[in-house]
Design a protein around this ligand. Structure first.
Ligand SMILES: [Zn+2]
Length: 206
């Protein structure tokens, strides 16, 4: 039996997604065959507009609807605290916990020599130049950088590299690392709000 091309194409599209194997891709595709056409159109439209209707903030590299983003332009935030994270999802997790009121810098990755990802491949140069400028988008001084990369081997190595880089520039900006509470090897993204609060409060200076 020949599998219809439309089905094949959809299966292949799902297979390209992270964490989706051939079996799941098939199951999802056959599930979609039972969904009303109107729902499918909405689904397709959402995917189609995903990149078109979002923009990366040229200040903090967060993905939002405006550049600069709504966090960088928020007068109510404490711009003296800048939190460095690996991914936009980490910002969502911290925002959900609601205790951190500072600003962010999203690296969009971590230093990972085994996969040929060095400091230049992620947004480290942009972070350094922000800190050298010394002020936020709203012109307020940045006083502390909180390194909130994941407590994994690569995340720790990235934090260590950043601490060394920032300190060598003698910018008079405090450098700290989020504290215990986060289990080793865990991702920030999956931590609950209480754990995140504890990690943020328990940060220690490098
Ligand atoms: Zn921003």
């Amino acid at each position: 039996m020949r599998i219809p091309k439309a089905i094949q194409n959809t299966v292949e599209a799902f297979e390209r997604l992270p964490g989706v194997g051939p079996k799941s891709a098939q199951r999802l595709t056959y599930y979609l065959l039972h969904v009303p056409q109107g729902e499918l159109d909405k689904f397709a439209m959402a995917v189609q507009n995903l990149r078109k209707d979002t923009i990366i903030c040229s200040e903090c590299l967060l993905i939002g609807e405006t550049d600069p983003c709504s966090i960088c332009t928020d007068e109510q935030r404490d711009d003296s605290l800048l939190c460095v994270v690996e991914q936009p999802l980490d910002v969502l997790a911290l925002e959900k916990s609601g205790k951190f009121k500072g600003i962010y810098h999203v690296l969009h990755g971590k230093i990972d020599p085994l996969n040929n990802i060095g400091p230049e491949e992620i947004y480290i140069p942009q972070l350094i130049s922000r800190l050298q400028k010394g002020t936020s988008y709203l012109g307020k001084p940045i006083k502390e950088v909180i390194l909130a990369t994941n407590p994994t081997m690569e995340g720790e190595a990235t934090a260590m590299y950043l601490a060394k880089q920032i300190k060598s520039k003698n910018l008079g900006i405090k450098v700290s690392r989020i504290g215990r509470g986060l289990p080793t090897g865990a991702d920030l993204e999956y931590a609950d709000s209480t754990t995140l609060d504890q990690a943020m409060n328990g940060r220690s200076e490098y």
